[in-house]
Design a protein around this ligand. Sequence first.
Ligand SMILES: NC(=O)c1ccc[n+]([C@@H]2O[C@H](COP(=O)([O-])OP(=O)(O)OC[C@H]3O[C@@H](n4cnc5c(N)ncnc54)[C@H](O)[C@@H]3O)[C@@H](O)[C@H]2O)c1
Ligand SMILES: O=C(O)C[C@H](O)C(=O)O
Length: 310
Amino acid sequence: MKVTVVGAGNVGATCADVLAYREVANEIVLVDIKEGFAEGKALDIWQKAPINLYDSRTIGVTNDYEKTAGSDVVVITSGLPRKPGMSRDDLIETNAKIVKSVTENVIKHSPDAIIIIVSNPLDVMTYAAHLKSGKSRNKVMGMAGILDTARYRAFLAEALNVSPKDIQAVLMGGHGDTMVPLPRYTTVGGIPVTELIDEESLSKIVDRTKVGGGELVKLMGTSAWYAPGSAAAQMVEAIVKDQKRVFPVCIKLEGEYGIDDCYLGVPVILGKNGVEKVIELQLTEDEKALLETSRGHVKAVMEVLDKMNA
Ligand SMILES: NC(=O)c1ccc[n+]([C@@H]2O[C@H](COP(=O)([O-])OP(=O)(O)OC[C@H]3O[C@@H](n4cnc5c(N)ncnc54)[C@H](O)[C@@H]3O)[C@@H](O)[C@H]2O)c1
Ligand SMILES: O=C(O)C[C@H](O)C(=O)O
């Protein structure tokens, strides 16, 4: 199996590192536009192999897509991260150009690859890559839901003083402050979370999750990478090992949830064919209204991209 990660910055290098030490693929190619940067990161990860005991080969290249040829999965993390005071949507102009040109290069050399987008604004960059690739929607998806649910689950684990391993949750919508965590579908070791925590504390956790990315940007001056890189690697692993994992993933909706032609996070089954099924939950009227607000937000940013393309 061969996996390419484009962008050897914070998120891309973390993703490549997780893929290597979990031996998800035997060949991992890291690409960056900055001369020598991906080569250095890949070499560093390879030199960790005798310490952490793995044999996945990591290779770094500067903008040389021939070396990525025949990749089974490609993760695109190239692009600017936001700084304090910015929203993810502020990145659209620069990152759309990067994501479109990277997708073109990827497709040229790996026409059969499944593509996972990480660059922000996530839902609209998934749209940009999907358009450029000309692939079926199940092969071009965005990573955000695993990260956002992980934040939600981590906050809950802390509040309840339980292991994060035992918290299962679903979250839907766009990767922005309008995302929709779903307490009704949150369990702790099989117990509905609402039986273990009061409404006010749960609602504070939901609110903190929605701005979870911004909390880290404020603390660090740039955005997060350990959890995002690991989340992208988890998606790659589900595909490469045909695990049929159930994750929230950003995909083009074609009628599911009564939504057409919009890229949003929804629960899916992820396996060797990419998104193998979109799972449709029976949402309450309140949950539907929250999802509609999120759809409206993403759609407005998709229209900005359409104008840039026009
Ligand atoms: N979807 C999510 O949940 C999520 C989470 C975290 C970060 N992000 C996004 O991921 C992106 C990367 O974040 P980061 O922290 O790794 O940033 P970073 O600045 O550390 O790394 C980005 C890398 O992309 C490279 N790059 C730029 N243009 C390129 C091109 N044309 N070809 C190849 N490489 C190119 C840069 O040289 C840089 O090394 C940002 O857009 C950020 O907002 C998304
Ligand atoms: O917050 C950001 O800008 C990066 C990413 O989308 C995140 O949620 O960590």
